[in-house]
Design a protein around this ligand. Structure first.
Ligand SMILES: [Zn+2]
Length: 461
């Protein structure tokens, strides 16, 4: 949809400020989701069933509303909005699970499992991560159905389990392994990434996430003879490990660039200026200015993280008694791998930096490595157009995140995946995963409306 048809939903969105304390159909969906505990111990099935019931009641065929998953309490919901088949389907994902929510630490009067509106915010576990996105998808399927929307391609929503905990019940992995045909698509939009950023009530930017770094850990271990601490010898596992880690501290991986990070640097230089604007512009060029990259990496941990693979020591332990020489010492090095760097390259770079063949390096867990997705003109164009309608003048950036989500699984399987979300989050992340998790009420309403316009733009005529 490119026009400004003045539908009831548009009206509700425009009148958001006047809706303080009131309910809307989309807010009702969010309220129900928050009131259903989907922390790891409880699982997602109750929430999946509740959303399935709403969709069936709205006329979706039973065969298009599927509940399935790795375990009875870890069901995923897959819903198909049938189109005319003129283009391949679009998959839309958001996870149903949320991190644990101990009541301690929440302000008086707030309950993690009750949606509370206070001072312009919705509070409750999952409102930011990412039940607002689940509500936007479910509500818009209901709304589009009620309006008689006839898409030119199928839209498939998958609401999934265990994004936060990973493992064998992770819904996206489980669906890809067992029922890829249910969710196969030309591309996927993940509402758990991307989106707008807001600071002190001011909208800063909208982002579309096209890539993520993978998370990969290694264990580094030193051994030594041990003995009585009154008779120290040179061979000491703790010193050996410490010396190696000091060399890791100085390790810098080579700079890397891709289509998204180049476009990001170029647009941020143009839109935000500031003293680093010249360097930002210089790294967006072909070939990039590596001295400028070094200055940016030095100036900001964030710029550093999107310019290269990083590895950092995150844990260590060693020895076994105050009065004994150590027999072993170990540390965990956590790496965030730039798309395109291989696991072997990362490991070999660490081994070279440690420069001590007595230090054993072994794998200690990893996400799948996945390529970045291309900047899809159809999607970028639609997001830019809708953002210009809803928030005139707001810059839109493609971004690569230095962390990882379910999108990696899909990208690895060859489904280009984009973090897209119309809800503006605060730069401090709105206490996501912590106490007093919150989202501005207006952000929620805008996110719902943005998703509506985006679905019509991508699947309408
Ligand atoms: Zn999330």
């Amino acid at each position: 949809m490119t026009g400004r048809s003045f539908t009831a939903g548009t009206f509700l969105w425009l009148a958001g400020a006047a809706l303080h304390g009131q309910s809307t159909p989309a807010r009702d969906v969010l309220r129900q989701l928050v009131e259903i505990d989907t922390t790891p111990a409880f699982g997602c099935t109750k929430a999946a069933e509740a959303m399935a019931a709403r969709l069936r009641a709205a006329g979706f065929a039973d065969s298009d509303v599927i509940l399935a998953g790795a375990r009875p309490e870890k069901q995923n919901l897959v819903v198909r909005f049938r189109g005319s088949g003129e283009a391949k389907p679009i998959l839309l994902i958001a996870h149903l699970d949320e991190v644990d929510a101990p009541r301690e630490g929440w302000d008086a009067g707030l309950d993690p499992f009750r949606l509370t509106e206070r001072g312009g915010y919705f509070y409750g576990r999952g409102v930011g991560d990412v039940k607002h996105g689940v509500a936007a998808l479910v509500y818009n399927f209901l709304r589009l159905r009620a309006e008689g929307f006839a898409p030119r391609r199928d839209l498939v929503v998958a609401l999934t389990a265990d994004e936060e905990t990973g493992g064998s019940a992770n819904g996206v992995s489980w669906l890809m392994r067992n029922h890829r045909d249910w969710i196969d698509a030309e591309y996927c939009l993940n509402l758990d990434a991307g989106g707008g950023q807001i600071e002190k009530g001011r909208r800063l930017r909208m982002t579309v996430q096209t890539g993520e770094k993978s998370n990969m850990s290694f264990r580094v271990e030193a051994k030594s003879q041990g003995g009585h601490s009154s008779l120290p010898v040179k061979d000491n596992a703790i010193y050996r490990l410490a010396a190696g880690l000091t060399r890791i501290a100085a390790l810098q991986f080579p700079f890397r660039f891709n289509e998204t990070t180049r476009a990001y640097f170029e647009r941020i230089a143009a839109a935000e200026g500031g003293e680093s604007a010249a360097d930002l512009k210089a790294v967006s060029q072909e070939p990039p200015d590596l001295d400028a990259a070094a200055r940016l990496a030095e100036s900001s941990p964030y710029y550093n993280s999107i310019l290269r693979t990083t590895c950092v020591a995150t844990r260590m332990e060693g020895g076994h008694a105050n009065n004994a020489l150590p027999q072993s010492a170990g540390a965990v090095i956590n790496c965030r791998v730039f798309p395109g760097d291989s696991a072997a390259f990362v490991r070999e770079t660490l081994v070279q930096a440690l420069a001590d063949r007595e230090l054993a390096v072994s794998p200690a867990g990893a996400n799948p490595l996945a390529p970045a997705s291309p900047m899809l003109p159809e999607l970028m164009g639609a997001v830019e157009r809708i953002a210009a309608e809803m928030w005139p003048g707001l810059p839109v950036y493609p971004v690569m995140d230095p962390w990882a989500s379910d999108s990696l699984t899909l990208r690895r399987a060859g489904v280009p995946t984009f973090g897209v979300n119309g809800a503006f989050g605060e730069l401090d992340l709105g206490n996501v995963h912590g106490a007093n998790e919150r989202i501005p009420v207006q952000s929620f309403d805008e996110g719902v409306e943005f998703t509506y316009r985006l679905l019509k733009a991508l699947a309408g005529r």
